[in-house]
Design a protein around this ligand. Structure first.
Ligand SMILES: Cc1cc2nc3c(=O)[nH]c(=O)nc-3n(C[C@H](O)[C@H](O)[C@H](O)COP(=O)(O)O)c2cc1C
Length: 354
């Protein structure tokens, strides 16, 4: 195997603030992370291409540091539209409870992958990462020509090999512990217990590919960052840890829930979006997670009015409370202070190990 390539030095510290679609990873958060020597990401998922570009402009106004934009790969149509229709019937009680109609599963756009890629090629940003699949070689080549560094999210060794073969510059290795949607290249039929945890997966990917690795999943403390660097990663990507920062655009209810003792565990669920995602187990997950069908983004559109109504009513039991397994360790610090703390802890852990 060829010697592994190094990650170019985009930031002073090997700490990446994860892209978090749904509002959390906004320009303010990314700028604050970058100002403290971390690397910030914007999340284009669920956004129109215009809204994605507007956030890029805002971030450029707030920061001169390099940053990344994350894009979802388009998904094949729902495997079984009738299963989505059955799920809609099973959610009738939720409609009545929140006093809203379910969304039209087919109303939403397909996330406008091509249009987003076109904008990012026309006005290049330093880094683009992809999730839910691997772009075609010609897309990755076009980004390289444009001077943009490309990262493909992977959850298995075979996905990492596919990303390397397609010409990605680096991979983001996402362990099973990670909060939010699992970045598998295809939707998998099974949920919990099917994926590798980060510290099991990372060394396997390290031995299989020569690309730089960004490690993600359950990382909340600098000691864990030191551990993944020792296990072959070039940088650590943290989502849940940054979700609670005051700069994050996550809703206050979501932020509070992460350390609320009412929520005792996380689970991988399709209940809200039709694609496996890790979140706090609340009433909605308990009641609907068992039979929620595969079908992203149809189920995401179906449940959108319910999630919105739950948030408006201040009801965390009906919201998608995405969270990694380390959520209890969330610290409500400013993003800049959090980067500093992580760096201090990482250095202390490395001294212990030396
Ligand atoms: C609220 C939330 C939203 C997320 N949205 C995205 C996204 O849009 N794109 C993406 O690649 N990953 C997304 N992720 C996953 C992160 O990139 C990362 O893999 C994960 O946060 C790491 O696990 P941790 O939350 O335990 O740190 C999201 C995670 C969370 C918690």
């Amino acid at each position: 195997m060829a010697a592994a390539a190094n990650l170019p030095k985009f930031s002073a510290h090997p700490i990446v603030q994860a892209p978090m679609a749904g509002g959390a990873a906004n320009p303010r958060l990314a700028a604050a992370v970058a100002a403290s020597g971390g690397f910030g990401f914007l999340a284009a998922g669920y956004k129109t291409p215009e809204a994605m570009y507007e956030e890029i402009r805002q971030l450029r106004d707030q920061s001169a540091q390099p940053f990344g934009v994350n894009v979802f790969l388009p998904q094949p149509a729902a495997t079984d539209p009738s299963a989505v229709a059955v799920y809609a019937e099973q959610l009738a009680g939720e409609e009545a409870w929140y006093g809203v109609l379910l969304g039209d599963p087919d109303a939403g756009p397909d996330d406008a992958y091509e249009a987003k890629v076109a904008i990012l090629l026309e006005d290049p940003v330093p880094m683009v990462s992809f999730t839910f699949g691997c772009p075609a070689r010609k897309v990755l080549d076009a980004f390289r020509k444009a001077g943009t560094y490309t990262v493909v999210t992977v959850t298995t060794v075979s996905e990492a090999l596919a990303a390397e073969a397609a010409g990605a510059d680096a991979v983001c290795v996402q362990g099973m512990e990670a909060g939010g949607h699992r970045g598998t290249h295809r939707d998998e039929p099974l949920l919990d217990g099917t994926g590798d945890g980060l510290l099991a997966l990372l060394p396997q990917v390290r031995e299989a590919v020569a690309l730089p690795l960004i490690a993600a999943g359950g990382l909340m403390r600098g000691g864990q960052v030191a551990a993944v660097l020792a296990a072959g990663a070039d940088a650590a990507q943290l989502g849940t840890a940054f979700l609670v920062c005051p700069e994050s655009g996550a809703s206050p209810l979501h932020k509070q829930a992460l350390t609320d003792p009412v929520f005792t565990r996380t689970e991988m669920t399709r209940a809200f979006s039709g694609r496996p995602a890790r979140g706090l187990v609340n009433r909605f997950v308990r009641e609907h997670g068992r039979y929620a069908p595969p079908g992203y983004p149809q189920v995401h559109h179906l449940t959108a009015p319910l999630r919105k109504a739950a948030a408006a009513a201040g009801d965390a039991q009906g919201m998608a409370l995405w969270a990694g397994q380390g959520h209890r360790l969330a610290r409500e610090e400013s993003a800049g202070r959090l980067v500093e703390l992580l760096v201090e802890e990482m250095r202390a852990a490395r001294e212990v190990a030396a």
